[in-house]
Ligand binder design. Structure first.
Ligand code: CTP
Ligand code: CA
Length: 225
């Protein structure tokens, strides 16, 4: 009932979540992608919705499905599509969690026809995509909470803190790829949360639903500030 909903910690909070990979077209039949399964972003969207939030989920190509019908899902393909949707929805939300594995580079031109093979190799020129999170960080209004992810293999905490500061984030979720069982395709993740005050919390290897819960607890704290 409505009375029960009003008691949930994220009641009345609009939250934008991005999830999954992006696909960058090379020609009509090929693309550059990555191994993101979308599991972490979908688990986050589910957990936020279960805590009462009004969730919009911008998803790249993924087989995941949401648990709750209340989650508004927007499907996109490329980094450019994701940027456009994020710019459209960010102004109206209280918080945004950027969980998607956005391509850093995209083909400089997309061939209108299928590229035929020839003798020798093939060079594809790439150009940088827009950093969506950094763009949102520049647009962030007083009171909005912006959360990013960082995937690192080395020098992890230093790189994560650099991203937190450079992109004007309130929280960064550092994903450790070092541990067996953590990362892209798995059902588990090992994360460290670092906030603006450089307050750090390291969690055990857990399933992604539990990781999503830990992130939500921290997000609730940040939304109260
Ligand atoms: N991100 C984004 N737009 C991009 C690339 C990344 O919004 N074009 C976001 C990701 O969704 C993530 C955060 O930025 O929340 C960090 O992504 P990551 O790949 O770890 O870092 P980058 O800044 O892309 O730097 P690098 O890949 O060189 O480590
Ligand atoms: Ca990147």
């Amino acid at each position: 009932s409505d009375d029960i909903k009003k008691k949930l910690p994220l009641y009345n909070q609009k939250i934008l979540v991005t999830a999954g990979p992006t696909y960058e077209a090379i020609d009509p039949v090929r693309f550059i992608g990555n191994h993101s399964s979308g599991k972490m972003g979908f688990a986050l969207a589910d957990e936020l919705a279960s805590l009462g939030a009004d969730v919009t989920l911008i998803a790249g190509p993924t087989a995941q499905v949401s648990k709750y019908q209340s989650i508004k899902r927007i499907n996109i393909t490329s980094a450019a599509d994701m940027l456009q949707q994020c710019l459209e929805h960010f102004p109206a939300v209280n918080a945004c969690v950027m969980c998607a594995a956005v391509a850093d580079y995209t083909p400089a031109t997309v061939s209108a026809q299928k590229i035929k093979k020839h003798d020798g190799g093939l060079n594809i020129e790439l150009k940088k995509t827009t950093d969506i999170l950094k763009t949102l960080g520049q647009q962030k209004r007083e009171g909005q909470v912006l959360v990013g992810f960082a995937l690192e293999t080395n020098n992890e905490e230093q790189y994560a803190i650099e991203k937190l500061q450079k992109k004007n984030l309130d929280l960064i979720v550092l994903n450790s790829l070092n541990d067996a069982g953590a990362g892209f395709k798995n059902d588990t993740n090992k994360v460290t949360l670092i906030d603006r005050d450089l307050h750090k919390t390291t969690f055990e290897l857990k399933n992604k639903t539990e990781v999503a819960h830990d992130i939500c607890i921290k997000l609730i704290e940040l939304l109260k500030k």
